[in-house]
Design a binder for this molecule. Structure first.
Ligand code: SF4
Length: 357
């Protein structure tokens, strides 16, 4: 079957909620760069059916940074990491609530409260519950997601009771590869936490990190495993190879491949909120707007330990591409130009300054 026929099949299946075959998902990842626009067009039909042209903005608050005893090879907060990240223990509740408020003012409809570490103690749950309660009181319509590592008995229920809407815990990569990216906990530990969150009534959020040296098959495996877990949202991270971590030299991704990964995830989890997450700026570069045709959600602002694109540039990118920010929906096209944006030339010919070349 030729690629267009396979894409057509994938779209039809996704629109009726059917699972693609392993080979169909693999074909998306292995399609040629020259066929990229066909892949995007097919996956966009699925995205548009479930989410229109809305983009949900999420905002990260790193409650506790670095100093983690775990050894996740991709993470700048791991034990022994030489990356010069900010390291601090729990933010004061008022500070966390104020940071969340800044993200909400910027347009975020979900706040993700994240803390480094293997998993929370019961005292940590108390602290985070307090922050969740304060955010929900001030912004009842905003979703709060917690991301605190592996959960033990009763902790998910306590977060839910405090008002948390969701819990994030990524599968990251295929189960078979897990020992090559972490030795201090297992893939099964991660699956267990996603299930605990789900059982407690928290909306499960679980995704991947691509670019860690995995094969195409591994990405299909983890996407299909995620589908089985029925997450409501699927963050797709592209590895940020932090110098000072074991994966600090893994620059394996091209913008085209990143877009194919997003399309494959969209076909496998058609009605899930697919979130364009860490690494989009460095791996997609000027191709970022194309990702909006596949993902329906992005992070606004900075990541946990690295800076993201300026938030006003994200909003401009969304408007220029003809998408709308969720919660600020408008059917009116947004004009992004204007006289104040025209910079009159003051360099090159007719001046003493060098040209823009
Ligand atoms: S991913 Fe989480 S558990 Fe792993 S090293 Fe980083 S902060 Fe620790």
């Amino acid at each position: 079957m030729d690629l267009l026929a396979i894409l057509n099949n994938l779209t039809t299946k996704a629109l009726s909620g059917q699972k693609p075959t392993y080979d169909e998902a693999l074909t998306v990842l292995r399609s040629k760069d020259d066929d990229l626009m066909d892949v995007i067009a097919a996956a966009f039909r699925v995205r548009r059916c479930y989410f229109g042209k809305r983009v949900k903005l999420n905002f990260l608050v790193n409650l506790k940074s670095g100093l983690c005893p775990e050894d996740c090879f991709y993470c700048s907060q791991r034990r022994g990491s030489d990356t010069e990240i900010l390291k601090y223990t729990w933010l004061k509740p008022d500070e966390a609530v104020a940071l969340a408020g800044a993200g909400i003012s910027g347009g975020a409809r979900r706040v993700c409260l994240v803390a480094s570490g293997r998993g929370p103690t019961d005292r940590d749950i108390d602290r985070v519950a307090h922050v969740i309660g304060a955010i929900k009181t001030a912004h009842p319509k905003v979703e709060v997601c917690a991301c605190l590592g592996l959960l033990s008995d009763g902790q998910a229920a306590r977060l839910r009771a405090a008002g948390a809407d969701a819990y994030n815990h990524n599968l990251n990569t295929a189960g078979e590869r897990y020992p090559s990216i972490c030795t201090t906990h297992t893939y099964d530990d991660r699956v267990d936490t996603v299930r605990r969150a789900q059982r407690a009534g928290l909306s499960p959020c679980s995704g991947i990190i691509a670019g860690m040296g995995e094969r195409d098959e591994d990405l299909v495996d983890v996407a299909l495993a995620l589908r089985e877990l029925t997450p409501d949202s699927v963050p797709v991270n592209f590895l940020i190879p932090f110098a000072g971590t074991p994966l600090g030299t893994e620059w394996n991704l091209t913008p085209q491949y990143c877009l194919r990964i997003l399309a494959m995830v969209r076909f496998v989890c058609p009605d899930a909120e697919v979130r364009l997450a860490g690494g989009r700026e460095i791996h997609l570069g000027s191709m970022q707007p194309l990702a909006l045709y596949l993902a329906n959600s992005i992070f606004l602002g900075d990541y946990l330990t690295s800076e993201g694109q300026e938030s006003h540039r994200d909003l401009k990118m969304i408007a220029e591409a003809g998408f709308t920010v969720e919660g600020l929906d408008s059917t009116k096209p947004v004009a992004v130009g204007g006289p104040e944006r025209v910079a009159l030339r003051q360099r090159g010919a007719g001046t003493d300054l060098p040209p823009n070349a």
